[in-house]
Design a protein around this ligand. Structure first.
Ligand SMILES: [Zn+2]
Length: 332
C-alpha cells in the first residue's frame, strides 16, 4: 500500500528543477489520527536523503517543558501547541535554508494553520512546498484504529474526515496530493478567491494578539500580587472602620488579619485590625450561617456589601484611598 514507483523521487525532483538551481523542498504529510501518515512516510521517504520531522514530537516536548503532569488547563495546552508549531516551523525553515529537503508529519486540519506555515516559509526561503493528504477508506481506517487499540464508534470515521479541510491551491502549495486506498493522485481543486486567504490570516493574527494580551495581563497581575508583599497599601478594618496605609509587615506587627499573610486577595476572609474580632466579620457570618458558604449580595446590609465589593476588587481596591476613589469618580 501507498508505495510509489521505483525512482519516482528523483523523477519528480528532476522534473521540478528550475533553471540550474534545485530548490529544497518541504513535504507535508497530513491526516487524521491513524490515517497512516507515519507508515506512508516510512514507506516513501525513510530511505531518501531527507530530514523527517514529526509535529507530535514537538508537541510532546512543549508539554514536558510546561511542567504540567497529567491534566493540563486548556489555556496551557493552547500555548504548548503554539510553541510546538513555532519551533517546528523554525526548524523547517532552518533546514531548507541549508538546502535540505524536509518531510513533515502534521495534523494540520485547518487551512488557516497551513497558510501561516506556507506564508512564513515563502517569506524566509525559496523552496518547493507540497502536501500529501492521507484519505484512507473507512475500512482501512477502522482497521488502523483497531491495531492501535483506539476506541472508536461507527461514526468516528465520518467525524475525522469532516474535520479536515482539504488543502486548496490558494493556500500556496506547489502541489497537493490525495492519498487514498487506490494510490496517490495530484488533486488541485479550483482555487478559492483571495478573500479566503485574507480572512485566514486575519483570524490567525487576532488569535495571536488575544493570547499575547492574556499573557501580558497575567504577567501584570503576577507582578502586582508580588508587589503587595512589600508595598504599602490600604488596610480597612471591616468591623470598626479603621484604615491604615501600611505594608504587610507593619500590618502583621499591628495585629491585622489581612492578605497576603492571612487569606488571599479577592477571596472572602476576615479583614480586621488588631483590636477587632473574627466573629464580627462577614466571613464569620457566612461561615456560620448554617447554609452553603456562599455570598448572596441581596442578603447583605450596606456595610457588608461594601466590605464584600472591596474584597472582590482586591488587590486593586486597596491601592488608592477609597474616599479619594469616590471623590475623583475613579472606580476599579
Ligand atoms: Zn477594627
Amino acid at each position: 500500500m501507498f508505495l510509489l514507483p521505483q525512482g519516482w523521487y528523483n523523477d519528480i525532483r528532476n522534473a521540478v528543477r528550475r533553471g540550474n538551481q534545485l530548490m529544497p523542498r518541504v513535504t507535508f504529510v497530513i491526516g487524521a489520527t491513524a490515517s497512516g501518515k507515519t507508515y506512508f512516510i516510512n514507506q516513501n521517504f525513510s530511505n531518501k536523503d531527507v530530514e523527517i520531522l514529526d509535529a507530535f514530537d514537538y508537541q510532546n516536548r512543549a508539554y514536558e517543558e510546561s511542567g504540567f503532569k497529567g491534566r493540563m488547563p486548556i489555556k496551557v495546552q493552547i500555548r504548548c501547541l503554539m510553541k510546538a508549531n513555532e519551533n517546528l516551523l523554525s526548524d523547517i525553515i532552518d533546514k531548507l535554508k541549508h538546502g535540505r529537503d524536509v518531510v513533515v508529519e502534521q495534523t494540520f486540519y485547518k487551512a488557516k494553520r497551513r497558510i501561516v506555515y506556507v506564508d512564513a516559509i515563502r517569506e524566509a526561503v525559496k523552496a518547493e512546498i507540497e502536501i500529501y493528504v492521507m484519505c484512507p477508506g473507512k475500512e482501512r481506517w477502522m482497521e488502523n484504529t483497531r491495531l492501535r487499540k483506539m476506541v472508536e464508534d461507527d461514526e468516528s470515521y465520518e467525524r475525522h474526515v469532516a474535520e479536515i479541510e482539504f488543502p486548496n491551491p490558494i493556500e500556496g502549495f506547489d502541489s497537493i496530493f490525495e492519498v487514498t486506498d487506490n494510490g496517490i493522485k495530484l488533486r488541485m481543486d479550483p482555487p478559492y478567491d483571495e478573500q479566503f486567504l485574507e480572512d485566514a490570516r486575519k483570524e490567525i493574527l487576532e488569535e495571536k494578539e488575544r493570547v499575547k494580551k492574556e499573557d501580558e495581563e497575567s504577567r501584570e497581575r503576577k507582578e502586582l500580587l508580588e508587589s503587595m508583599k512589600t508595598r504599602p497599601f490600604w488596610h480597612y478594618c471591616e468591623v470598626c472602620g479603621k484604615k491604615e496605609f501600611i505594608t504587610d509587615e507593619e500590618a502583621f506587627v499591628g495585629g491585622w488579619d489581612y492578605p497576603p499573610r492571612i487569606g488571599f486577595f479577592g477571596m472572602l476572609g476576615p479583614r480586621t485590625c488588631g483590636s477587632c474580632q473574627m466573629k464580627d466579620t462577614l466571613y464569620w457570618k457566612i461561615q456560620t450561617s448554617g447554609k452553603l458558604p456562599i455570598v448572596i449580595e441581596k442578603y447583605l446590609n450596606e456595610k457588608e456589601l461594601k466590605t464584600w465589593r472591596r474584597i472582590k476588587g482586591e488587590p486593586e481596591s486597596l491601592l488608592v484611598d477609597e474616599n479619594e476613589q469616590e471623590s475623583t469618580g475613579q472606580k476599579r
